[in-house]
Design a protein around this ligand. Structure first.
Ligand SMILES: NC(=O)c1ccc[n+]([C@@H]2O[C@H](COP(=O)([O-])OP(=O)(O)OC[C@H]3O[C@@H](n4cnc5c(N)ncnc54)[C@H](OP(=O)(O)O)[C@@H]3O)[C@@H](O)[C@H]2O)c1
Length: 382
């Protein structure tokens, strides 16, 4: 039997609220995960599943048998598949975690859904809004759960920030500022800098501030999220590979709220979130990788000339929280995870499309007739 737990994002009164979540979850067995791809983040997520309350690692699939064997050494008992196809054909796998580079997301999400597996897809959910539409449709058609892996949405710090904005503690929210950038040295072989791998800051890290701004713009008016009515931007493309090394955007929401977001590779930013309202300001030093475990996550409320520290404790690590939110939603028969819904991903990808358009960033493969547009069309027709 699985121990009861409570995920605030799932305490959905329309589904019966806390009591119902408890009753349903205690009756479930753990969710069996298949890990598709064996790169850096796949290892982090697999460790999260391994320690989670409601998930267990069942299998891994890789394009290379050697990679799959190497990955499995850290997780005794993991079934090893020498192809992604074999992983998807494994009847012991209920949910698949897609950890390929972004251009391969759409194909493997569609194929996982067609195989009847619930899907957690790494961010960004494909390259474009059009690819996200294809993934959403595949999940709907095969009645499986889809979530884009914005793990910070499952952390109680995010829940607390949303709550404070909803309660009006800052007055009327007027401005949101959020940056995400890190200093990766230029390496044309790395997916981060490669045009073929849809590298660049907007898709790799800019997706986080955009998702946060949309979440809080929604919270300010009691909605799950809002989409901007205007997106303007500027950026600098790498002279060799043409991906964005630094980019900024201004989002204007229908409520009048303005958000400034930025993303970069090769340039470290302060990676802080600031939310400005008519009565106060929130400063969140670690909005996307908040502390977990013994060390609480801290952020700061500035009002009437005073600074108050808000501390939030997360009992589990970030990827454990994500795996458990996902498993809990599956256990309840949901087809999406309340912390990051399909509609939210669609809106996020549409905003990223507009940001990229504003700086003239079109990847070679998304130009008409190129590989990814064809792969997306093929996947859609399957
Ligand atoms: N949520 C987060 O915290 C977070 C953090 C980092 C990255 N991400 C996202 O996760 C995804 C993967 O990022 P990563 O940093 O883990 O990348 P990575 O280390 O380069 O690993 C990607 C893996 O994808 C597989 N793959 C499939 N087709 C490939 C191709 N054509 N070229 C290279 N590898 C290919 C490979 O596994 P096999 O050889 O086993 O097939 C490879 O090891 C990205 O979409 C990224 O945005 C999320």
């Amino acid at each position: 039997m699985v121990a009861p737990f409570f995920c605030p994002a799932l305490d959905n009164p329309s589904r019966g609220g806390y009591g119902q979540v408890m009753r349903q979850v205690v009756d479930q067995t753990t969710l069996a995960w298949g890990i598709l791809a064996t790169g850096r983040i796949a290892g982090s997520f697999a460790r999260g599943v391994d320690r989670s309350l409601h998930g267990r690692l069942a299998a891994v699939g890789s394009r290379s048998p050697a990679n799959a064997e190497r990955f499995a050494r850290d997780f005794p008992g993991l079934r090893v598949h020498a192809s992604y196809e074999a992983l998807l054909a494994d009847p012991g796998v209920q949910a698949v975690y897609i950890a390929t580079p972004h251009p391969q997301h759409v194909e493997w999400v569609v194929r996982a859904a067609a195989a009847g597996k619930h899907v957690l897809c790494e961010k960004p959910a494909g390259l474009t809004h059009a690819e996200m539409v294809i993934m959403a449709e595949a999940a709907r058609a095969h009645s499986v759960l889809f979530m884009e892996a914005f793990m910070y949405r499952c952390h109680p710090q995010t829940t607390k920030i949303v709550e404070m904005v909803r309660q009006g503690l800052l007055g009327e929210i007027k401005l949101i500022q959020s940056a995400f950038g890190f200093n990766a040295p230029f390496d044309p072989g790395s997916r981060l800098w490669s045009n073929a791998m849809a590298g660049g800051g907007i898709l790799d890290v800019g997706c986080y501030p955009v998702s946060m701004a949309r979440l809080l713009a929604g919270a300010a008016v009691g909605a799950p999220f809002l989409d901007p009515v205007e997106v303007t931007g500027a950026g600098q493309l790498h002279p060799e590979t043409g991906v964005d090394l630094v980019a900024a955007a201004t989002l204007r929401f229908p409520t009048g709220l303005v958000a400034q977001v930025s993303a970069s590779l090769g340039v470290e930013q302060d990676n802080t979130l600031r939310v400005y309202g008519t009565h106060g300001m929130l400063r969140v030093p670690a909005p996307y990788h908040p502390s977990c475990g013994i060390q609480p996550a801290h952020f700061f409320l500035h009002r009437q000339g005073r600074e108050e520290t808000i501390s939030v404790v997360a009992q589990s690590a970030l990827y454990e929280l994500e795996a458990d939110a996902f498993a809990s939603a599956v256990a309840q028969g949901f087809r999406e995870v309340p912390a990051m819904t399909v509609a939210d991903s669609l809106g996020n990808m549409a905003t990223l499309d507009r940001w990229r358009a504003a700086i003239g960033l079109v990847y070679e493969q998304e130009k008409p007739g190129q590989a990814n547009t064809q792969a997306a069309a093929t996947s859609r027709d399957k």
